[in-house]
Design a protein around this ligand. Structure first.
Ligand code: HSE
Length: 339
C-alpha cells in the first residue's frame, strides 16, 4: 500500500482537528510508513466535500468555519451526508468523529458497520457504539477482517488503551481508577483554585470546545461512564454495557462542598472505577498532592496490574488536536501493519 484514502466523518472540533493534524503530519506519516494519506471526503452532519483526487485539509477547515457547512467547499462541496458518502468515493479508512449518542449509538454504529461491510478499516473517537454495543462492533470488525481502533474514545491524548494492550501485555489488569472526563475536571479545578461558580465555568468549558455537544453528558457523568465501559471491555475483558455502570455526576457539587473539602486538604474529583467488582463513576474526595491532583482538562488513570504494580498515566483528556493525535496514532499503526 503506498496511498491511504481516508474519509473524515463528523466535522466538529475532533474532525477538524484530524484534518489539521493530517495537514501538519502527512510528511511524517509518509516517512514512518511509506504511505501517503489523502483525504477523499469529509462530512458534517448534513453536507460534505468529496473528491477522489483528494481535498485540501486546510481549505476544508476554513470552509466549515467561514461558511458553516462543507457543501460550500469549492467545486467538490455537495449535499451528500452519512452513509451516502461511504458509497460516493473509494476509500481505505473511515475516520469516524461524529458526536457520541448514548441513546441508540447512531450515526456511528451504522456508519461503522457499513465501513466494515465494505472491507474498510475504521478509527473512531466515538463512545456511543462502544459503550452500548462493544462486543457487537468489535466482533463485526473481526468477522470482516478489518482493523478497528478507538484509542481516542478514552482520555483524548492520554495513552491508555494501546499502551495497556501493548506495553503492558505481560500483565493482567486488575483495575483502573482515574479521572476520565476533561470538562468536569476543568470545572472542579477552576471552582477549587479560582472560586468560580459552576454555571459560568461550564460555559467556559463549552467555549474551549472540550465539552460534549450536549454538556449534560459531561456533568452528569455519562461521558465518564461510557469510557468506564470501554476500558472494562477492552482492557479487563468484562462483558459490560453502559447500564452496568453506577453513575453520579457533579451537578450537585457546590462551592460550599469544595471549600469544606479544601479545609482538610482534600479535593473533589469525578472518579471512574473499573474493576471486576465495580463499574462506577462518582464524585469522591481525594488527597491534595496525590496522583489524582491534576488540574484543567487533564485526565489520569492508575492501572493496577499483577506483575508491574501500579502504573499511572496522565494527559490532556480533550481538545481538537489532542484527540486528533490519538486518531492519527491509530491510523499510523494500521498503516504500519499493512506494510
Ligand atoms: N467531553 C469529553 C471530556 C471529551 O470532557 O473529557 C473527550 O472525550
Amino acid at each position: 500500500m503506498d496511498e491511504c484514502k481516508v474519509i473524515i466523518m463528523g466535522f466538529g472540533a475532533v474532525g477538524q482537528g484530524v484534518a489539521n493534524a493530517i495537514s501538519m503530519k502527512k510528511d511524517l506519516i509518509l516517512e514512518k510508513t511509506g504511505v501517503a494519506v489523502k483525504v477523499v471526503a469529509a462530512a458534517d452532519s448534513s453536507t460534505s466535500a468529496i473528491s477522489a483526487d483528494g481535498l485540501d485539509e486546510k481549505l476544508l477547515v476554513e470552509t466549515k468555519n467561514n461558511e458553516g457547512k462543507l457543501s460550500a467547499y469549492p467545486q467538490f462541496g455537495c449535499e451528500k451526508s452519512g452513509e451516502e458518502v461511504l458509497d460516493a468515493v473509494d476509500y481505505d479508512c473511515l475516520i469516524e468523529a461524529t458526536p457520541t449518542n448514548i441513546v441508540d449509538a447512531e450515526p456511528a454504529f451504522s456508519l461503522t458497520l457499513k465501513a466494515f461491510e465494505q472491507g474498510k478499516d475504521v478509527v473512531t473517537s466515538n463512545k456511543g457504539h462502544l459503550a452500548l454495543k462493544f462486543k457487537e462492533v468489535v466482533g463485526a470488525a473481526e468477522k470482516a477482517g478489518v482493523e478497528f481502533k478507538y484509542e481516542a474514545s478514552v482520555g483524548g491524548a492520554m495513552p491508555i488503551i494501546n499502551f495497556t494492550k501493548e506495553t503492558l501485555s505481560s500483565c493482567e489488569i486488575k483495575s483502573i481508577i482515574g479521572i476520565l472526563n476533561g470538562t468536569t475536571n476543568y470545572i472542579l479545578s477552576r471552582m477549587t483554585t479560582e472560586g468560580t461558580d459552576y454555571e459560568a465555568t461550564l460555559i467556559e468549558s463549552q467555549e474551549l470546545g472540550i465539552a460534549e455537544t450536549d454538556p449534560t453528558q459531561d456533568v452528569e457523568g455519562i461521558d465518564a461512564a461510557c469510557k468506564t465501559v470501554i476500558l472494562a471491555n477492552s482492557l479487563l475483558g468484562i462483558d459490560a454495557t453502559y447500564s452496568d455502570v453506577i453513575v453520579s455526576g457533579i451537578s450537585n457539587i457546590n462551592s460550599d462542598a469544595i471549600e469544606l473539602a479544601k479545609k482538610d486538604d482534600y479535593l473533589i474529583k469525578l472518579i471512574a472505577e473499573v474493576s471486576r467488582e465495580n463499574l462506577r463513576v462518582s464524585p469522591r474526595l481525594v488527597k491534595k498532592g496525590s496522583s489524582y491532583d491534576v488540574g484543567g482538562t487533564l485526565n489520569m488513570a492508575t492501572i493496577h496490574t499483577d506483575l508491574a504494580g501500579d502504573i499511572t498515566v496522565m494527559g490532556l483528556g480533550a481538545g481538537s488536536l489532542e484527540t486528533a493525535s490519538a486518531m492519527l496514532t491509530d491510523l499510523i499503526s494500521i498503516l504500519k501493519n499493512k506494510n
